[in-house]
Design a protein around this ligand. Structure first.
Ligand code: NAD
Length: 497
């Protein structure tokens, strides 16, 4: 069994808290490692190390920072398969999917390499009488990143690359469920020539998070996880004077109009609902069918595909779905399925009896499909985060759009139709942060930005893209004059002529 450490100032550091969390291989159900849970003083030590590294790193020229990020990006590509294996082993998502998720993180590192252009300031020449005004984007100091279990490469890379490239130093607290990959990322940063203390990892739980949220040396907190914790993190961080972006849970609707190619819709739903066993914040968990004919036909198309899902251990190739992350999470998803049944929804495919021969202790579930899910059901109101697709029937476009708009969550949504007008209206009016048009999982690329609305995100700035440059920097504006003659006294507010 492996014993993980913290990674502070470029060195592995054995925890001294004597508190540990077990890490499992979800495919077998065996414990593969234990991870130390940092104490308050250990987190404070990491913050001190990050703070000591800040003056030199923030003064490092933007080109030098960019060159380190370029080298880091090259190493990430070189180690993509290794990183994907770490993800797959501890998270349970199948290896091809893990490769893709690592790539989506590397793309943010690639974007960050363009920082000389991205962090350029503004300059107004001779606004009056030889006075120039310029503004600069300055780093904040030490920032914290707190990440969820479901993307242990991609989300740490969203935060760490953008925080570091803008001149900050970071203390990252990854999920205790799959800590291997984030640790490797921080090691590769050092290998790329990154200075010690710029990218630090503390493993931990609430104690570590609370220390980050209360310590005055932490200037900004970026969080991704479930809504209840996102809200807590946002409220606590902002109360303590920190900048905070906190992304939460999701319930993503796909609106299916009668003119859509239903065979294509069924294919799109398979990947979007059951890929990564539904443990994606952009998974489609609700299919909204306009008209009974659409719903009946989709059930006919989906049912055999769900029953034929290729499910197996995460490192096997050619599979469609692996296990869920933990035994507890699997039990929670099963409870939601029972809740749906008890609430009166029709369970068309029940994935609860699935078991993988030879791996009976793995945290596997088959795909489940519900029909006739209603707006007032708790199983609809809440995020299930598993391989469960809920179909709803509506009479028309407006009723369908209202479901997505009125739901508490507002992360992503998609519409499948051949009508440009309907798609445009949906994209324009739906109360959701990310919209796909005939694209089931509309995750924007690194040069745009990622963020939901309503209970799916707290705070003003999205993840990555220019939004991250803004989140991780503060603007300083300088008004400057080099007078050729003596400056005269002026008692009224300066107005430049
Ligand atoms: P989680 O909220 O349980 O954990 C997220 C982080 O918070 C972890 O690092 C965890 O250690 C920490 N944490 C847990 N409980 C805490 C507490 N009481 N106090 C302080 N910190 C605590 O989330 P998870 O189960 O790891 O991830 C799944 C969730 O993340 C889902 O809800 C999913 O929708 C969401 N998610 C959202 C996005 C997005 O961008 N909106 C992306 C990925 C995942």
């Amino acid at each position: 069994m492996k014993h993980y450490t913290h990674y502070i100032g470029g060195e592995h550091f054995q925890g001294t808290s004597e508190r540990y969390s077990p890490v499992f291989n979800p495919s077998t159900g065996e414990q593969s490692a234990q991870v130390p849970l940092a104490s308050k003083s250990e987190v404070e030590n990491a913050i001190a190390v990050a703070q000591a590294a800040f003056p030199a790193w923030s003064a490092t020229s933007v080109l030098a920072r960019s060159r380190i990020m370029t080298k880091f990006t090259a190493l990430l590509y070189e180690h993509q398969a290794e990183l994907a294996e770490l993800v797959s082993r501890e998270h349970g998502k199948v290896i091809e999917d893990a490769m893709g998720s690592v790539l989506r993180g590397i793309e943010v590192a690639e974007f960050a390499c363009g920082i000389p252009q991205l962090q350029k300031g503004e300059f107004s020449d001779n606004v009056a009488g030889g006075i120039d005004i310029y503004s600069m984007r300055k780093p904040l100091g030490v920032v914290a990143g707190i990440t969820p279990f479901n993307f242990p490469a991609m989300i740490p890379l969203w935060m760490a690359t953008m925080a570091i490239i803008t001149g900050n130093t970071i203390v990252l607290k990854p999920s205790e469920k799959d800590p291997a990959c984030p640790m490797r990322l921080a090691e590769l940063f050092i290998e790329a020539g990154g200075p010690a203390g710029v990218f630090n990892i503390v493993n931990g739980d609430k104690e570590a998070v609370d220390t980050l949220l209360h310590d005055s040396r932490i200037k900004a907190v970026s969080f991704v996880g479930s809504t209840a914790i996102a809200q807590y993190v946002y409220e606590t961080a902002t109360k303590n004077g920190k900048r905070c972006q906190a992304m939460g849970g999701a319930k993503n609707h796909m609106l299916i109009l009668p003119d859509a190619d239903l065979n294509g819709v069924a294919n799109a739903l398979m990947g979007a609902a059951y890929g990564s066993a539904g443990e994606r914040c952009m998974a489609i968990s609700v299919g909204v069918c306009v008209g009974d004919e659409v719903a009946d036909k989709l059930i006919e198309l989906l049912t055999p595909r769900i029953k034929a899902l290729k499910i197996g251990t995460s490192l096997e190739t050619g599979l469609e779905m692996g296990p869920l992350v933990t035994k507890e999470h699997r039990a929670k998803v099963m409870d939601y399925i029972q809740m749906g049944v008890d609430e009166g929804a029709d369970l068309i495919v029940d994935g609860r009896d699935f078991s993988l021969e030879g791996n009976e202790e793995g945290y596997f579930l088959g795909g489940s499909l519900f029909d006739n899910v209603k707006k007032d059901m708790q199983s609809y109101a809440q995020e299930i985060f598993g391989p469960v697709l809920q179909l709803m029937r509506v009479q028309n476009f407006e009723e369908g759009m209202a479901l997505a708009s009125d739901h508490d969550y507002g992360n992503g949504t998609s519409i499948f139709t051949r009508s440009g007008a309907a798609a445009r209206t949906y994209a324009d009016r739906v109360e959701v942060g990310m919209v796909g048009i005939n694209v089931p999982i509309p995750v924007p690329l690194a040069f745009h930005s990622f963020g939901g609305w309503k209970a799916s995100a707290f705070g003003d700035h999205n993840q990555f893209g220019m939004e991250a440059v803004r989140f991780y920097t503060k603007v300083k504006t300088v008004t400057s004059r080099w007078p050729e003659s003596t400056i005269e006294a002026d008692f009224s507010i300066p107005t430049l002529k």
